[in-house]
Unconditional design. Structure first.
Length: 326
């Protein structure tokens, strides 16, 4: 039996895989994206296991960014659409002979000329950035290939070739990569048309797409969220300050790692007559922890008053109908 790795172990695994995914997709992956992939997948994607779900997050985020790089930027696309609209209007106005139509035709021709000039400048910038990103990708592929050859040479006992690759070829390729990244930064000058690094926001967008949870909620810091836990729960449950405080402290202890990992976050018994907020507290807690108040299993114990009805929870005993079904 192989147990599921912890979030910390998953982060280490992702850091080991990072270079391969960078080479495959031709983008950079920030360390913040790796941490976000492990933490957000652990918190919000409950029907799958680490590190599989975190790796898929990194893969999809990098793939989406690659598609964005290869696709025409929104700014250029909007200008091209506007030019097409004006060209259609221009063709229609050419058939008119009145002064108003002729004046409008002059304005349209002037606007088309300006838009084409703007579009040409943006396309030049876009192509330049694309070329630099392609060069960076090629350099990374060469580095990965050189590392593989160096490793093979070491295993084969060819230490001369391994040394040449490690301290000659790889050093030169690393310099080329750094120069390419510098050229890209200079060409973008803080206002790049293309983004070539996967960050935590990209990861959050993919998680939001998978789960339907808003990105803003996901990007809220865990620490800030836990500090305001009582205030968030009190918005839904009124007059149960003592119970809310006990629940909040238990959750904070678990999140801080002060609790036995083999035990549940907390076991609570809410007592009281109907309408005092027992069920509402459980719903509020589910909503706070998982951003979905339906993320809990609710068992109505009034349905289990007879001895035999417990079979609905644990299955039929040996010799009874349904034993094999669990």
């Amino acid at each position: 039996y192989v147990g599921e790795p912890t979030v910390e172990d998953t982060i280490s695994i992702l850091r080991g895989l990072k270079e391969k995914y960078e080479v495959h997709h031709g983008v950079r992956i920030a360390d913040s994206a790796i941490i976000a992939a492990a933490t957000l997948s652990h918190r919000y994607i409950t029907d799958r296991f680490l590190p599989d779900k975190a790796i898929d997050l990194i893969d999809e985020s990098a793939s989406r960014l690659r598609i964005e790089i290869d696709s025409m930027p929104t700014e250029i696309d909007e200008i091209e659409r506007r030019i097409t609209q004006l060209e259609i209007e221009k063709q229609a106005l050419k058939k008119e002979t009145d002064k108003a139509s002729l004046r409008r035709l002059e304005k349209i021709e002037e606007e088309i000329a300006n838009l084409k000039e703007e579009s040409s400048g943006l396309k030049t910038r876009w192509q330049k950035e694309k070329e630099e990103i392609a060069k960076i990708r090629a350099a990374k592929e060469k580095i990965e290939d050189a590392k593989l050859k160096a490793s093979q040479a070491e295993r084969a006992g060819d230490l001369g070739k391994a040394a040449e690759l490690k301290y000659g070829v790889l050093v030169q390729l690393q310099k080329e990569l750094e120069q390419g990244q510098k050229r890209l930064a200079e060409s973008q000058n803080g206002k790049g048309m293309l983004k070539e690094e996967v960050d935590s926001e990209d990861i959050a967008e993919v998680v939001s797409k998978w789960t339907g949870i808003p990105v803003t909620k996901m990007m809220e810091g865990e620490r800030d969220k836990l500090l305001k836990m009582e205030d968030r729960l009190k918005k839904r449950v009124v007059g149960q300050d003592e119970a809310i405080k006990a629940v909040s402290n238990a959750v904070r202890r678990a999140r801080a790692g002060l609790q036995d990992i083999n035990r549940p976050v907390g076991s609570f018994i809410f007592l009281g007559p109907t309408g005092v907020g027992k069920t509402e507290t459980a719903r509020a807690l589910a909503e706070f922890l998982f951003d979905d108040e339906q993320a809990m299993v609710r068992i109505d114990m009034s349905e289990f008053m007879e001895k035999h009805s417990v079979a609905r929870l644990i299955g039929a005993p040996p010799g009874y109908v349904g034993y094999e079904e669990g």
